[in-house]
Design a protein around this ligand. Sequence first.
Ligand code: ATP
Ligand code: MG
Length: 572
Amino acid sequence: MAIEKSRNFITDIIDAHNDSGRYEGRVHTRFPPEPNGYLHIGHAKSICLNFGIAERYGGLCNLRFDDTNPAKEEQEYIDAIIEDLRWLGFKWHDRVYFASDYFDELYEMAVELIQIGKAYVDELSPDEIREYRGTLSQPGIDSPYRNRPVEENLALFEKMRDGGFNEGEAVLRAKIDMSNGNINMRDPVMYRILDAAHPRTGDKWRIYPMYDFAHGQSDSIEGITHSICTLEYEDHRPLYDWYLDNIEIFHPQQIEFARLNLSHTIMSKRKLIRLVREGYVRGWDDPRMPTISGLRRRGYTPEAIREFCEDVGVGKVKGVVALHKLEYHIRQDLNRRAQRVMAVLNPLKVVIENYPDDLLEELEAINNPEDESAGTRSVPFSKVIYIERDDFMEDPPRKFFRLAPGREVRLRYAYFITCTDVIKDETGQVIELRCAYDPATRGGSAPDGRRVKATLHWVSARHAVEAEARLYENLFTVEHPEADADKDFTDFINPNSLTVIDPIYVEPSLADAQVGERYQFERLAYFVVDEDSTAEKLVFNRTVTLRDQWRKLRKQGGERGKSRRRKAARTV
Ligand code: ATP
Ligand code: MG
């Protein structure tokens, strides 16, 4: 599936560069994750954008780990990020880089800035630095260390590098302008001391460059032409430009776009880590997480995620995309590709009294009405079956068209049955139905042309395979879990975000289903086989319901809900 080649403000900028010859027609982007967590759906937008632009212009896109903060970064995250990117279907060939590969060059660049009098070692404490920085309305104050001679700065920077200072005792700062209206330009810190071993450079360094000092120069070293980032970095662009201009190296163009926000979830890695560490979810790949690995385990396809990213588009305006938009795309994709099967989540036993005791019929079922090439399979039918408990009502309201005493319905691919008796336990709970079938209706239609209003799915009790189903709801009960400044986002965790049903009954064709295979359980939802499945028991994750429950609810609540409500209730 090709990424749709829609235009946006970024392609306008690139086209203008190509017209003016600024980068000689070259287009080279990068995706720069910090390996301090797993990728989420917001990253997917950045990934699709960066790789998509490169593809569109016949250019290149690098993968670069922005690993400048050893305190929070781990190999586990690097591996997970690579796996997720591969799964999404993007290729960087051998162009995987690490900002830490450039530590030597960055150090040299810092020395250069010291030599031209544009950087100095500051020994103010972190608190003092903050104080001296000023505020949005107040200019900052020069540090007393600001005007040290070059030689002294060179010696002190070496001392920082060689362990002569403790963490927090000294930093290297750019000498720009303490009264600049943009706080980022008030002598930003370039290097700080961190007593942490780095996953890649080990204990070679005890000073580490700040993001702003590392990012633009890494772009420059790699020959990136367009450095696409999110809007928070707009105020950092003057600094991005200042470093490149003063170090006098190749100058990529930074371009900012609005980050993706999604309703009913959170996206910041700092908070996602809390969900994992505090045990609100089972891990980074919990199917309720907005991570790529979570979505994969939930049953999402790379294609659906890419379509979604294309659909939400690229712009400069901040906003929140409704979660159901993401669900729409997986529904569309699975409708095309998922095999249909029958499974009963909440079983009610049905005995077809006039069906021969030991007869077994193999009925032909269509695998995917959207895809003829998917063919057919056979489904066993016998005297005792399970149907969905919700498909029967003893005393049905007017709009309930499914099974009820005395009523005839169709069993998918099988026969018409009529409910003849209802059996209850001592508490009054219905535990079994007795029905009669019409042998003339085999395949699901009556020779006399009589009609039924409902078709039910079923599973032959004797042949049913027991499995576990995990039903997921939104992880948060509110649209914007981060909106209330007085509350912690964990206050809005949905206590019902996971419902486990065990056992469910699935048709025997699923006995050999493999981890990752996606199915539509007819009339219920799309499901995927979870990696927790064993030889004894399959585990299915519900990816998404068949219809958009949220929209349905909204419509039912709305003014115009009436006629639609009737229709919704009729849909069986
Ligand atoms: P988070 O806030 O989740 O920690 P981050 O920006 O710190 O995200 P990075 O690993 O630095 O995470 O992000 C890698 C790239 O992905 C960056 O270019 C960043 O701008 C982009 N990105 C991160 N979050 C989003 C988002 N929600 N929408 C679009 N792009 C994003
Ligand atoms: Mg970041």
